[in-house]
Design a protein around this ligand. Structure first.
Ligand SMILES: C[S@@+](CC[C@H](N)C(=O)[O-])C[C@H]1O[C@@H](n2cnc3c(N)ncnc32)[C@H](O)[C@@H]1O
Length: 276
């Protein structure tokens, strides 16, 4: 996923007002900070490497100065700033890139630094992890779709899942997941590179985890193969931007799911649902 980040300098009050106006436009992916000279700095992020036209027009109308516009590759960005110490992923769960944390009484996942998404700091990962910690997983067959480093599938495995399979469209993520499985003692995992359900051949999973962004969740829920991949059981979908939550909820209902939980962190939502 590519993200464009535009930085604007403008009076602090205007920056705050613009933040509110952006949220009203359905574009909450923005933050405001104050600059040492008392002015405001507004960061506006655009999914897919671009900003919607209405957002660009609103920013132009502020009269502020755009001081930079950079397109980031999300996985590379996260890897470049990877933590070298432990990260609290969910209650009782730590992600430890270096394998130095004492494990007593906690689940400690060793996720080696990798150019893949899933070092445990992103709100969408944490939202899904909190749900996985709260649900019974013993004996379940789990598919971690869009696995990144494999962090969520590995958490399911540590919580007692009988089998966890991993898939990601990005071959680098597949390699990272294999490395993380080795580091955590999950031997001979099934990890494949494919677009959503393309690589899955009709297995009956009990739980599908997809920290995938809304557009991919919508594609997944509209895919007729989902019926055989997940004949019963539940989904934990995360990475859903605030403005797309209602659309994913509707798609869940259309695909025969009943919503169990919805949780938000920053501008992201996690939706958990089970077959109705
Ligand atoms: C938000 S990251 C989640 C990574 C990890 N599961 C976590 O929770 O931290 C989304 C992942 O989905 C993968 N992805 C993107 N498009 C995909 C597709 N069409 N099919 C499968 N995986 C995809 C990306 O490569 C990325 O690793």
């Amino acid at each position: 996923m590519r993200w464009r980040c535009d930085t604007w300098h403008l009076p602090l009050r205007t920056a705050r007002g613009t933040l509110t106006a952006l949220a009203a436009l359905g574009h909450p992916e923005a933050t405001v900070a104050s600059r040492p000279d008392g002015g405001g700095e507004l960061l506006v992020w655009g999914r897919g490497g671009r900003l919607p036209r209405a957002v660009s027009e609103l920013l132009q109308a502020t009269g502020g100065e755009r001081v930079s516009s950079i397109v980031h590759d999300e996985a590379a960005l996260l890897a470049a700033h990877a933590p070298d110490g432990p990260v609290e992923l969910a209650p009782g769960v730590t992600v430890d890139p270096q394998g130095r944390v004492a494990t007593r009484g906690r689940i400690v996942l060793r996720i080696p630094p990798a150019p893949a998404f899933g070092d445990g700091r992103h709100p969408s990962t944490r939202l899904a992890a909190r749900r996985l910690v709260a649900m019974p997983l013993t004996g379940r067959r789990v598919l971690d779709l869009g696995c990144g480093t494999g962090v969520l599938g590995l958490l399911s495995w540590r919580r007692g899942a009988a089998r966890v399979d991993f898939a990601d469209i990005d071959p680098g993520s597949v390699r990272s997941t294999r490395a993380a499985c080795r580091a955590n003692g999950l031997l001979r995992p099934r990890v494949w590179a494919a677009d959503l359900l393309d690589g899955v051949c009709g297995h009956g999973y009990d739980l599908l985890i997809g920290n995938l962004y809304a557009d991919l969740c919508l594609r997944l829920l509209a895919d007729p193969r989902l019926r055989s991949v997940l004949p019963s059981g539940s989904v934990v979908l995360s990475g859903i931007a605030h403005r797309r939550r209602a659309a994913v909820e509707r798609a869940l209902t259309r695909s025969g799911f009943r919503l169990l939980a919805a949780e938000q962190e920053a501008w992201w939502w996690m939706l958990a649902a089970e077959r109705a």
